[in-house]
Structure formats: C-alpha cells, structure tokens
Design a protein around this ligand. Structure first.
Ligand code: ATP
Ligand code: MG
Length: 424
C-alpha cells in the first residue's frame, strides 16, 4: 500500500466542525467594516519577491527568514504573500486608486510565513486587514482603532484584549534617535544576542522589538524615542490619545512597541490578550505614510491594521464562544419506500423555494426507520419530516420534533410552510 500524503506542516485544514465559528467571525468583520463605509479589495496570493523586500524591509524577520520564495518557470523570483499591505499598495498604485484620493479598503485571506509552527503561529494563516489612504490626521487613526474595538464588542471578547499604543515619530526624528540608541546599545553590547548585534548595525530600532527578556530588561534604561519628537509628531499623538479618550477606548502607551516591519511612522498599535500564551497579539497596525512613495507612487498618507484570524478563533474557542454558532441543518427528511423516495424530494424543493433561510437535509441511501432517525439525530436538526407510503398517498407528512418532548403529528403537505415558519 502506498503511504498517505499529509498536509504541509503548519498549514491547516479547517474542518466542518470548525467552519461555523470561522464563518461567524468573517461575517461579523465584513458587517462591521461595511458599517464604517469600507470597500473590499482582493489581491493575488503571489507577488514579485522584490515587492516585499522593498516594503517590509530587508532586515526584518519576515524578509530574512520567513518568506516562501521560489523561481517561476521563466526565472522570475516570486513569493507567497506574507502580509497584505504591500500588495494593497502595489494594487492601489497600479490602478491609480491612491494619489489625491481617499480610500478605505479591507481584505481577507491567507498569508504565508515559514515560521516554527506552534499554537497561534502557522505557516499558512489568515488575516483580515484594513488599509486607508489619503488622510493624514489622527482622526482616521482613531477611526480604525474604534472599528477594531467594535470587533471585540461584537465577538464578546472586549474584556479580554488590551490596546497598546505608541508613536514612532517622523523618519527624520527616528534618524536622530537612532544615533542615541546605537550609542546606548554599544555600551551594552556584551549582553546582546546575535540577532540584536546584527540589527544594531542594520536597523537598531528593531532591537527594541526583541523577544529576549534579558535584553528587554536592559532596554528599560535606553533613551526614549518620544524625547526626539518635534511639535508635529507630538500633536499627532496627543490628538489620537484625546480622540480615543473621547470615544471611551482605553489604552496603554508602550514605548517599546516598534512593530516588526520597516514601513511604519507615527502611530503604531497592537491589541494583545493574556488568554493565548506567547502568541498574544491579535491585531496590529499603524501609520505608513512613506510606503506608497517607496513603492513608486506619489506621496500619500496611509494607516491600517491586520488581524490574525486563527488567534481570534482560538480566543473565542478558549472562552467557549464558539458554542452558540449555528449548526448546519434545521430539518432532516426521512423517506420510507420507493414512492416516498421518488416524490418527497419534489415537495422539499418547493419548501426550499418558500423558506430560503431554512436548511433542509434529505436522507440519501435508503435504510429503515431506525437507521434514518439515527442520521436525523446526528445531523443536529430540530425537526424530522417523515414521508412514508401512507403520507405520500394522502399528500401528508409526519412531523417529529427531535429536541423536545413534543408529540409527533401528521399534517397536510400544504401546511408545511406555515408549520415550519412557526416552529423554527
Ligand atoms: P508576531 O510578533 O506574533 O510574530 P508579527 O508582528 O509578525 O506578529 P504582523 O506581521 O503584524 O505580526 O501580523 C499581524 C497579525 O497577524 C499578528 O498580530 C497575528 O495576529 C497574525 N499573525 C502573524 N503571523 C502569524 C502566524 N505565523 N500565524 C498566525 N497568525 C499570525
Ligand atoms: Mg512574526
């Protein structure tokens, strides 16, 4: 016998038992963003490798070690997208959606990163993301954050996630700060790990992002970026904080929050939870005013975020919030005898015409009464409709409630629509 072929490590199937919670998450997200007037954009899953190198930055975890890059048959270097922002900006530039325009966009789909698979961290995962263009004030930063806060409300997890906020200032301010930081890091070089030593040279701010606790402890005394802010950066950040306060959205300022990608400036934020262990960031985003120009477009302010859907689903499962999602079947149809198997399906098609929201599943493959009722029970349906020989002759149907002690009854087939409208 040949060996079974298995899925690639870190790339998961989403099985029928889990799809209801995924569908619920996806529909809530779509609903919320549409209530804020956002439009969907869909981008390809594969892009030129150069796009991610140029946007995310050469000295980042993603570009250094996480990309699925391969050579196309014609020799181009292509990459499975590790995130959506770069593709969204590429598409916006390519189709003239960005310059001198206001855009509020969202996307949802799979992303690919070659990381070590563990709880909340996979090689194919799914993000829901929002990108806005053409607005440079803190008003839009506050809007996208308010929208994320509404997600948590709708999911019932608002008390499980906390907002962390920081500002990275302008590019010029960061350049000045960079020198001071390098100075500090050089004094503590002996405790830095290899990654941090390398970053100290190539991209020192990324040292602040280290997950190494010993280094984090030393960094407490590092110079603070906010000391280098000019009036504009201060005003932007204060404007955002004031708006969040007016909206009643609580936040903590975390001056170590720098985000793992190169393109951010001014506002950065993360929503984090204690309920998922090490992989606690559910949603992350910020402002990236320089990216559109960096990818060949005209200078355009932008702010957005991305959230990991696996982590969101995990959080909902951990909290037991996946239990009340809808099962797949409302009504199961039992058919006994040749005539019933022939004629009942046509009755059910008419029922589906009249009741588009009711999920009706037919028994297939025959079987006796007991066997069919076992399947009815397993389907999760609330009601079984029974078509036997007698019912077919008399144009009737027997109704058997499956989840209550109510007696079974026999009614005219014509009354079925009214009955189900009432019962479900
Ligand atoms: P982390 O610090 O957890 O590695 P990140 O900074 O790499 O996150 P982003 O690139 O900002 O993450 O992606 C936004 C969100 O996407 C994350 O907050 C997380 O919820 C989710 N995410 C990122 N990488 C993965 C992954 N490998 N598996 C599942 N979800 C992920
Ligand atoms: Mg990462």
């Amino acid at each position: 016998m040949s060996k079974n072929i298995q899925a690639i490590r870190g790339m998961n199937d989403c099985l029928p038992a889990q799809t209801p919670v995924w569908q619920k998450v996806e529909s809530v997200l779509r609903n919320v963003v549409s209530r804020y007037g956002y439009s969907e954009i869909r981008m390809p899953i594969v892009e030129m490798t150069e796009l991610f190198k140029r946007s995310i930055g050469e000295v980042t975890d993603i570009v250094e070690k996480e990309m699925y890059t391969f050579e196309d048959r014609n020799g181009d270097s292509l990459t499975l997208r590790p995130e959506g922002t770069a593709s969204c900006v590429r598409a916006g530039n390519e189709h003239g959606l960005l310059y001198n325009q206001i855009q509020r966009l969202w996307y949802m789909g799979p992303m690919f990163r070659h990381e070590r698979p563990q709880k909340g961290r996979y090689r194919q995962f799914h993000q829901f993301g929002v990108e806005t263009f053409g607005m440079q004030g803190p008003d839009i930063d506050a809007e996208v954050i308010a929208m994320t806060a509404r997600f948590w409300q709708e999911f019932g997890i608002a008390d499980k996630v906390k907002l962390e906020l920081n500002s990275l200032g302008s590019n010029e301010e960061r350049a000045e700060y960079r020198d001071a930081l390098v100075n500090f890091l050089q004094k503590h070089e002996s405790i830095l790990d290899e990654d941090c030593k390398r970053r100290m040279v190539s991209n020192p701010l990324r040292v602040l992002d280290t997950k190494n606790a010993d280094i984090q402890a030393v960094l407490k005394d590092a110079p603070s970026l906010s000391d280098y802010f000019g009036d504009e950066s201060k005003a932007h950040f204060e404007g955002l904080c004031a708006r969040l306060e007016a909206l009643g959205i609580e936040y903590t300022i975390n001056s170590r929050l720098v985000r793992g990608l190169d393109y951010y400036n001014h506002t950065v934020f993360e929503w984090v939870t204690d309920s998922l262990g090490a992989q606690g960031t559910v949603c992350a985003g910020g402002r990236y005013d320089g990216l559109v120009e960096q990818l060949g477009g005209k200078s355009t302010p932008a702010v957005g975020f991305a959230m990991g859907l696996e982590r969101l689903v995990l959080l909902m499962e951990t909290l037991g919030l996946d239990k009340d999602v809808r099962k797949a079947v409302d009504v199961f149809v039992v058919m006994l005898g040749e005539q019933a198997e022939l004629k009942a399906p046509a009755v059910i098609e008419q029922l589906r015409d009249c009741l588009p929201d009711v999920r009706i599943q037919l028994n297939c493959g025959g079987g006796n009464f007991k066997k069919q009722f076992k399947k009815a029970d397993k389907s999760g349906a609330d009601i079984a409709l029974v078509f036997g020989e007698q019912e077919i002759i008399e144009s009737k149907v027997t109704i058997k409630p499956l989840r209550s002690n109510e007696e079974q009854s026999t009614i005219e087939q014509e009354q079925l629509v009214d009955y189900l409208n009432q019962a479900l």
